[in-house]
Write a protein of this length. Structure first.
Length: 146
């Protein structure tokens, strides 16, 4: 009975579970993420992005990262990131439009990044994408806050 009561109290408090605060994505050599939509809980204090590159090509040829931003900012962020270059993970230093991003990885590698859940607002229009040159146009998906 005590376990059931504890579980009910956790649910009623609106506390997000670890799974609700984790964005797990896989990317491959065909320039695709394995998911086109992800969701996180509005109550997350911290959100983790985990990216696994399941392909075989090296980072210089087919590097991938995950950038999170307001959908309207995607194209300008990607264009500025291209100018920033590979050493900057194709993300311009100090770009305030970028909510979060992971480093670039090549085939067989994984990476992660963590950011404050307060950076996302329920009902906001967010996109996750890869900022490697040429990838952002097709390698993207919707991020919702629930």
């Amino acid at each position: 009975m005590r376990t059931v009561l504890y579980a009910f109290l956790l649910l009623a408090s609106g506390t997000a579970s670890a799974g609700d605060c984790l964005i797990e994505l896989k990317a491959d050599d065909a320039m695709k993420f394995d998911r086109s939509e992800v969701a996180v809980a509005a109550s997350c204090k911290s959100i983790e992005i985990k990216l696994t590159h399941t392909g075989k090509l090296p980072v210089a040829a087919m590097g991938h990262n995950v950038v999170i931003a307001a959908t309207a900012d995607l194209q300008p962020i990607a264009q500025d990131g291209q100018k920033a270059g590979a050493a900057a993970n194709y993300v311009a230093a100090g770009d305030k439009r970028v909510i979060a991003h992971t480093p670039l990885v090549g085939g067989g590698a994984s990476t992660s990044a963590t950011f404050a859940g307060s950076a996302l607002k329920p009902g906001g229009d967010y996109t996750f994408f890869c900022s490697f040159p040429g990838h952002w146009a097709i390698m993207k998906g919707k991020l919702s806050v629930k």
